[in-house]
Ligand binder design. Sequence first.
Ligand code: 7PJ
Length: 276
Amino acid sequence: MKLHAGRHLIDLDQPRVMGILNVTPDSFSDGGRFLDVDDALRQAAEMIEAGADIIDVGGESTRPGADETSVQTELDRIMPVIEGIADRFDIPVSVDTSKPEIMRVAVSVGASMINDVFALRAEGAIDAAVEAGVPVCLMHMQGTPRSMQESPAYERLPGDIIDFLGERVRHCLSAGLCKEKLIVDPGFGFGKSDQHNLEILSKLNQFAELGLPLLVGLSRKRTLGNLTGKPADRRLGAGVAAAVIAVEKGANIVRTHDVADTVDALKVVTAVNRIG
Ligand code: 7PJ
């Protein structure tokens, strides 16, 4: 399986690591805009050095309870960073957004992939993605970031999520996106209890029925904190374990804050799986 992402070709015959680069006020606290961009580019360089295969740039917080960010604010945050990475490094940059305006601009300044936690459900998003012509990750979320953790409920897991993604895929195909450009993601933590997340992870192999590359993001998420009793910056071991389980159950791309350790862990998985 191969993904054509702009000038890049991503070979999914081995697991790939997507490094998270948040350009939000929570991650890059103070200082002027220039400083933020320098910080972000330094972090990107570090992740590339550590073996990242994709850098995912986001300018809007999607944490539970988060408010929406305006288009202009999001653009101001991410444009110089996307342009900077695309100019300086030979790595695909994905843009983490649900807004069609942002998708268009991000791709025009060098993003070669779209990562949409709203699975192109925003008005105009599918058209923007068709025009952009880059791969798109469709993620499942129940509710909205504001409300999603209030009382998530499912009839069947992971069936409900596979059904949702299958429907989104069909809708995107009928709107003109091609199958070779689609990636799916169960959306760990997005409208899911700890029990839901664990059930989805344990049955992740069932997503293979969609016949598309599978991306997962478990890095530092709350379920890992609840399991270990550790704060977000001390969930490395838990996150690496989750990434290894996900890849063993068929995940092709792992989205993580902790690139170096995840890359090491997946090297071991890949080496062992080459043998038997
Ligand atoms: C995900 C994401 C994820 C994809 C976030 C966080 C919350 N995009 N964006 N999948 N999570 N595709 O990183 O903790 O799980 S933001």
